[in-house]
Write a protein that binds this ligand. Sequence first.
Ligand code: SF4
Length: 253
Amino acid sequence: MTIHDLSGLRPAELAATLDARFETLDLASRLRLAAGIGRAVFTSSLGIEDQVITAAIGMERLDIEVATLETGRLFPETLALIDETEDRFGIEIRRHRPQESDVAGYVAQYGLNGFYESVEARHACCHVRKVAPLARALDGATVWVTGLRRSQSGNRAATPFVEYDAERGLFKVNPLADWSLDEIAAYVEKHAVPTNPLHRRGYPSIGCEPCTRAIKPGEPERAGRWWWENDEKRECGLHVPEAAASSLTSSSL
Ligand code: SF4
């Protein structure tokens, strides 16, 4: 099956058809089909699963743009990994940074680290440093590839392989939705994929430096993200509908 065989389908039908088809495909085949839909952008956090996708794109020379959100608050280890990954796979990782005026407005209203004070302030920071740059990264894209996995958290347990995001007007493709952390680790070892050294220091999920801590044995993978908040469904707004993300953060704009 190629994407051209499905060209008569409406977006939601195409997404459902691909979602069912992905079940039996390997990673490279999933990504190849995704790239066939239209201009595809993969947004990488440089986390271990995202490194797997970047490796597949690089090794298979797939026509998928790799981008990252350079928030200005990343760990030095993460910044070094961006450069290392570009060299390893001979690709460019596009850095999307927040607008300086947006950051200045946030700092004036909440303070540089105001995100510790309230959920509203945290969402506002994530909006300025992540959600708004993400919108720019996806501008003009038809396909958004992500490294979401069902086993990362209860909030992500129902992640499909492919869905049509009518609000953003693009296909969201999660080619690792059914992968376990063990499968990710095996791929990394087999292909000598560079990874963030923080993973070996107790950080399975790595975001901005002030908002990420190491987890304790037995804790969920994402327990170290915004750990001071009690909400089990805490996210940065990237993977919730755009209108919902905006309403969470509109007070900062
Ligand atoms: S993760 Fe923390 S520092 Fe990064 S954008 Fe969100 S609130 Fe701001």
